[in-house]
Design a protein. Sequence first.
Length: 137
Amino acid sequence: MLVTLLTAALSACRCATQQKTSVDVAAAASALQLELVESFLLATERGDAETLMTMCTDDFLYKTHRATTTTLADAERRFHDKVPAPTKITTPLGAGAEPDTFERVINVKPVPFVNVNVHQLFTVRGNKLARAEYIKL
């Protein structure tokens, strides 16, 4: 009887340990996608076109107040221009309303004495960025 109880207790401990160490695959994938978007944002602030080209899909949609491009080849010309770093992050980068989307709201100062609020939307497909859309508020 004691052996049976100890065996059952040991089995329960193994199950609990396995549950605690199991990996939440969806959360890990979302964290990697979030990291991709953060890396994209930093690369745009540096004007690092070479890095940006490796992060995006061939049909990458890049939409800002200045222009809209619908292919990675067209976006490449724009990647050489540095994007202003936010002066303030109003809403931190987080999951969007749709699956595989992320968004944030920032304030930028493109020229002295001008403040612009921008809603940034991102879509990730697989391990690449498929869309970056910056909308003035």
